[in-house]
Ligand binder design. Structure first.
Ligand code: AMP
Length: 214
């Protein structure tokens, strides 16, 4: 099954993509994670992408397409994937369609996640990530047992630079201006399912999983 998770930063796409990935055994492909790995390992793509990520701007299409298409055309994704954070504009959506077309495949469902802006801002402000193993926490909704320390591996937790308030407002503006138009694109092409993400993680997951029965 080939799924796209669409929605503003902080709405909970990544958390739910992880949950659905575990529940349905479908690989989770996060464009943000792929780009952050590239930055961390200082690949050519990473070095070019870094300044865009730090400013909360979209990384140029040719860079992000390279890493995402590279990933979804590997053996591990041959039976499907959950795309989280990609596509983020119309040209990426068209490249994705063309790539899948060539392989005789298509997107089966697009989950469009929504939440009120104050909920999103609270989620982004409290998000913390383990420096070492990448486990996700939240200061309010999912705090670690010991303050600022990862439950899984004991390493220090940190806030993503682009989750700081000054960059969050740019990311939300970029979403409204460049990504929101994808909602209509996928509504027209069919298979768009809207999920209200104002509730708890378990409620949201329950609503997503219901869609697999229809
Ligand atoms: P995310 O982890 O999805 O919030 O993405 C973090 C950052 O990575 C974004 O603010 C962008 O700078 C970059 N990024 C992730 N996915 C894309 C994409 N599909 N197109 C362009 N830039 C992206």
């Amino acid at each position: 099954m080939r799924l796209v998770f669409l929605g503003p930063p902080g709405v909970g796409k990544g958390t739910q993509a992880e949950n659905v990935s575990t529940n349905k055994d479908i690989p989770h492909v996060s464009s943000g994670d792929l780009l952050r790995d590239a930055v961390e390992t200082k690949t050519e793509t990473g070095l070019k992408a870094k300044e865009y990520i730090e400013k909360g701007l979209l990384v140029p299409d040719e860079l992000v397409v390279k890493v995402v298409v590279g990933k979804i055309t590997t053996e591990c994704c041959k039976n499907g994937f959950i795309l989280d954070g990609f596509p983020r504009n119309l040209s990426q959506a068209k490249i994705l369609d063309e790539t899948l077309n060539r392989l005789g495949e298509k997107i089966d469902k697009v989950f469009y996640f929504t939440a009120f802006e104050d909920v999103i801002i609270k989620r982004l402000a409290g998000r913390r990530i383990c420096k070492s193993c990448g486990a996700h926490y939240h200061e309010v909704f999912k705090p670690p047992v010991k303050d600022k320390v990862c439950d899984e591996c004991g390493a220090e937790l940190q806030q993503r630079n682009d989750d700081k308030p000054e960059t969050v407002s740019t990311r939300l503006k970029v979403y409204r201006e460049q990504t929101e138009e994808l909602i209509d694109y996928y509504r027209v092409s069919g298979g768009l399912v809207e999920i209200d993400c104002n509730g708890s993680v378990s409620e949201i997951l329950k609503n997503i999983l219901k869609e697999f029965r229809s």
